[in-house]
Design a protein. Structure first.
Length: 453
């Protein structure tokens, strides 16, 4: 997953795309941070974007929503671990109710399904891409953990959902899976130790197809790892004696096998649970944790949204390659609305009123073509292509709080040059800052583009 600072930065981007009203105006913060004198490298640019998001979230409301989701995800994982541990404890406690138990039956109940699922996970990890969320993703999906219809909550949930589909999340979800299995096995181990401490068990084995010597050989193979770490295990004689005890449930047989110790069988059971159950799961848990950290998501600052901000911060006042300094009045030419066909469009930001241009055009337009929002490079190419084929005057609505930066002015100059009847700019929005209006007046006057006020 993204770090907390990256999540906050990405959530601010998501909210800006939804026209959310922040505690502090993002445009003012962006313009204020431009004055900071530093070279915008990849690392410093990321840190500056993170700090920008923190300044925009001045009341901490966005950060609190992210923290709430993160806390609930961690809480649900903890609750699931406790439930899995309790289920393992209860299951083994119910299994070991008799004083005489079949060793292999108990062992299969302990490790049979676990071993099958462990092998399945390894095979799926080796032979699948893992770019799709597993069943565990539904348990940690924030859409099930938090309710709310406000912009902040829905946007935060959407960001978490995107992260669940990241290729690195397979290791995060795998870590959760191994954690739950470890909780289950830990519950079994606790129950096993407690019952062996307070009850006297006799272990036996039975087989129709396998001989006693074959069973003794299997036990010796199985005891290799527990023996390696110091667990005592049954000898071949004790294995054969346990079969005799299981098949001759008479008083004489019981007396004959009094010397057969159940201690070795109990230690083999505990050692098998540890070495073939808990230890492999713990190793895979650490492996998934390492892989998740190595493939951790990073904020993609190459997105157009971030690049536009970084470009604005890194721009200088003059650009000798593109523009020549010239003295011009600080007032934009008065817009002239010609008779004839019109094309209307909004630059980058939508407007609440779909007929925002109605008062400007009044009855001067024979036909009005609403282009929509002009945002991407493809939009610009479509507009230029339309202007090449049609004689229209362009009315471009721009957010009154937007900055007349160099990239924006290049777009306006290109549209003005391509439009047969010229370009008229109209600043739209409820609140118009006087200083920002003067900036637009100066910029438009330099390019001889009319401003409708």
């Amino acid at each position: 997953m993204l770090s907390q600072k990256d999540q906050l930065t990405e959530l601010v981007r998501e909210l800006e795309s939804r026209n959310h009203i922040f505690a502090t105006d993002p445009l003012l913060i962006t313009e204020k941070m431009k004055s900071e004198k530093e070279t915008i490298s990849k690392e410093s640019g990321l840190k500056k974007l993170q700090r920008r998001a923190q300044l925009i979230d001045s009341n901490g409301k966005i950060a609190k929503t992210l923290a709430k989701i993160d806390t609930r995800i961690k809480a649900i994982i903890l609750i699931m671990s406790v439930v899995w541990c309790a289920s393992g404890f209860t299951g083994l406690f119910a299994l070991l109710q008799a004083n005489v138990v079949n060793f292999f039956y108990v062992l299969v109940c302990l490790l049979g399904f676990h071993t099958f699922m462990l092998a399945t996970w390894i095979l799926m990890t080796l032979f699948t891409k893992g770019d799709k969320p597993t069943i565990f993703a539904s348990f940690v999906s924030p859409s099930h953990l938090i309710r709310g219809k406000d912009d902040i909550t829905t946007s935060a949930v959407a960001i978490y959902e995107k992260q669940l589909h990241h290729v690195g999340m397979r290791w995060y979800l795998g870590r959760i899976s191994h954690q739950l299995w470890l909780a289950t096995l830990a519950g079994m181990l606790i129950a096993l130790i407690v019952l062996l401490m307070v009850r006297d068990y006799n272990f036996s084995w039975e087989s129709t197809l396998l001989s006693g010597q074959t069973i003794a050989t299997l036990v010796s193979w199985m005891a290799w790892l527990p023996n390696l770490v110091g667990f005592p295990t049954p000898s071949p004689e004790q294995v054969l004696a346990s079969q005799q005890f299981a098949t001759q449930m008479t008083e004489a047989a019981n007396t004959a096998t009094k010397g057969v110790s159940s201690y070795e069988w109990a230690m083999l059971l505990i050692g098998s649970l540890l070495m073939y159950g808990i230890v492999p799961r713990a190793i895979l848990w650490f492996f998934c944790a390492l892989m998740f950290n190595s493939k951790k998501m990073a904020l993609d600052i190459k997105l157009p949204y971030y690049q536009k901000i970084l470009d604005f911060w890194s721009r200088t006042v003059t650009d000798e390659d593109d523009f020549v300094e010239k003295s011009s009045p600080f007032v934009a030419p008065t817009a002239t609305i010609h008779q004839g066909n019109k094309l209307v469009a909004l630059l980058e930001h939508p407007h609440a009123n779909p007929d925002w241009y109605a008062k400007t055009l009044t009855e001067s337009a024979t036909e009005i073509y609403n282009f929509g929002i002009l945002d991407s490079r493809d939009d610009m190419e479509k507009l230029i292509d339309y202007l090449d084929k049609n004689e229209v005057q362009v009315l471009l609505g721009i957010d009154a709080n937007a900055l007349p930066d160099r990239g924006t002015m290049r777009k306006l100059s290109k549209i003005n040059a391509k439009s047969s009847q010229g370009l008229v700019v109209q600043l739209v929005g409820d609140k118009q800052d006087t200083q920002r209006l003067q900036q637009w007046q100066k910029a438009l006057s330099e390019h001889q583009i009319g401003l409708f006020t």
